[in-house]
Design a protein around this ligand. Structure first.
Ligand SMILES: [Zn+2]
Length: 470
């Protein structure tokens, strides 16, 4: 490299990059040295690798085994691993599994949790979501996203897709900043119809591409087909996914949104088309989606709360459509992945009266981990505990009143698990939850900021409104 011939702007950029790579893990500005080089998770009673090539059965399970990681990468999994230089985390009597992958969320929406609980999605959008959205400033976005990310870490999520609602640039920047500070791996799904492609490309280049934990997707709707078609073209150019809400409410069938996907060229994106909800699908739609290779985010708790309906999961599975699980923002009212998994199973059983219908316990554990990673195209990096993949993993303590005694632990994870059973969370090798507590000590300050932001919004919605319960 001949420094002399480089223009000063390139030298400055190189210096900034070198400084960034040597002082940051790209997640929160905290130094890489905030953890040991190697960590040995020792003597786990059960490791669910989600990799059948490593362990037994479809979940790839190992008993009485260890997992060794170095910085952000899983090095080895097996019995009696030796690493004298490693920091040891005892997992005796505990369960290790991949971190959960939440493939659909709107993280700022925690700011109006509990709102419009007697409305369906259209009432919720009109009475809660839209009025709040019109009043959002950077501080509200930042506070809501930070609160949601802590909630996600509590429940064991290590990757989240955050779908931003056509925010102006300043709000989108605040949103990304809060995601970065969380230490989570994230996908930021965003577009801004009022601004040109250049703005989106510059946003991606500046805020997403330099961060190894971040991925970019483009958002679009099916009503504005001109914008959707534009995003399809840009997605081809950038090789990113287009992320669209589809048929969440039964009345949306009259708008022919599947036809809009076809006309705009979105179905031609194949695996780069990610559809949220996709509840009210006709038989021919399911066939079409199966052929196209499009992928789906299923948010069962949200679908239930908003009276949206029950997705046709067994039929989609039969057509080979890849489906992962999402928590879907404020409408979920909680970031409880365990509740989401058992709801995904329960809705189908209640509908079909068949306890063997898709998804089973194994299916839903896969959907919440490797399946979600596959939907995002990140299965080469995350989703299973495979040497060489990123160290995104959680440790559960099953010795709790809601979980013990041991009978069939994979089933108990789904039917008994609660966020409180998540003892450790590692995202990209970095510890975000330890001994049942969030790392970083920011919990109180984040909750206070969220309370203040929610109070400001409530007051602006109704000047007579009293803050909180007083
Ligand atoms: Zn959504």
């Amino acid at each position: 490299m001949r420094i002399k011939s480089m223009p000063w702007v390139w030298i400055a950029a190189l210096a900034a990059f070198l400084l960034w790579t040597t002082t940051s893990n790209g997640a929160s500005g905290k130094p890489l040295s905030d953890g040991p080089a190697k960590t040995l998770i020792q003597n786990a009673a059960l490791i669910i690798t989600m990799d059948p090539a490593i362990g037994t059965g479809p979940l790839g399970t190992l008993s009485d085994a260890d997992l060794l990681m170095e910085r952000d990468t899983i090095l080895a999994i097996g019995k009696g691993l030796m690493a004298p230089e490693a920091t040891v985390v005892s997992a005796t009597g505990k369960i290790v599994l991949p971190g959960f992958v939440d493939i659909h969320n709107h993280l700022y929406q925690s700011i109006f949790r509990g709102g419009c609980t007697d409305d369906d999605v259209i009432g919720w959008m009109n009475k809660c979501n839209l009025p709040v959205r019109l009043r959002l400033e950077e501080a509200e976005i930042f506070a809501g996203v930070r609160l949601s990310t802590l909630d996600l870490i509590t429940t064991g999520v290590t990757t989240v897709v955050d779908w931003a609602h056509l925010f102006p640039q300043n709000l989108a920047r605040a949103n990304v900043q809060a995601l970065e500070e969380s230490g989570l791996r994230f996908v930021f799904a965003f577009s801004q119809p009022k601004e040109g492609w250049n703005t989106l490309q510059a946003f991606k280049a500046e805020l997403i591409d330099p961060n190894p934990l971040a991925t970019f997707q483009l958002t679009a709707g099916t009503k504005n087909t001109e914008h959707l078609a534009g995003m399809v073209l840009l997605a081809h150019e950038l090789n990113v996914k287009v992320n669209v809400h589809l048929l969440e409410h039964r009345n949306q069938r009259q708008d022919d949104p599947v036809g809009a996907l076809a006309r705009s060229g979105a179905l031609g994106l194949g695996a780069n088309l990610l559809l949220n909800h996709a509840i009210h699908l006709a038989d021919e739609d399911i066939t079409l989606l199966g052929k196209s290779g499009a992928r789906i985010a299923h948010s069962p708790l949200s679908n239930m709360r908003l009276a949206s309906g029950i997705i046709r999961l067994p039929e989609l599975h039969k057509e080979g459509v890849k489906v992962g699980l999402g928590l879907d923002g404020g409408t979920n009212d909680t970031s409880d992945v365990f509740a989401n998994m058992r709801t995904a199973i329960g809705l189908q059983r209640a509908k079909t009266l068949d306890a063997t219908t898709f998804p089973t316990v194994v299916d839903v554990l896969r959907m919440a981990t490797l399946g979600g990673a596959e939907v995002l195209g990140l299965e080469g990096e995350i989703g299973s505990l495979t040497p060489g993949k990123k160290a995104d993993l959680i440790i559960l303590d099953p010795h709790a009143v809601n979980f013990a005694p041991q009978w069939d632990w994979p089933s108990q994870i789904v039917f008994n698990g609660q966020p409180a059973n998540v003892e450790y969370v590692f995202a990209n090798g970095r510890k975000l939850k330890e001994k049942g507590r969030l790392v970083g000590g920011v919990e109180k300050e984040v909750i206070t900021a969220a309370e203040e932001a929610a109070t400001r919004i409530r007051r602006s919605l109704d000047p007579e409104a009293k803050p909180g319960l007083d």
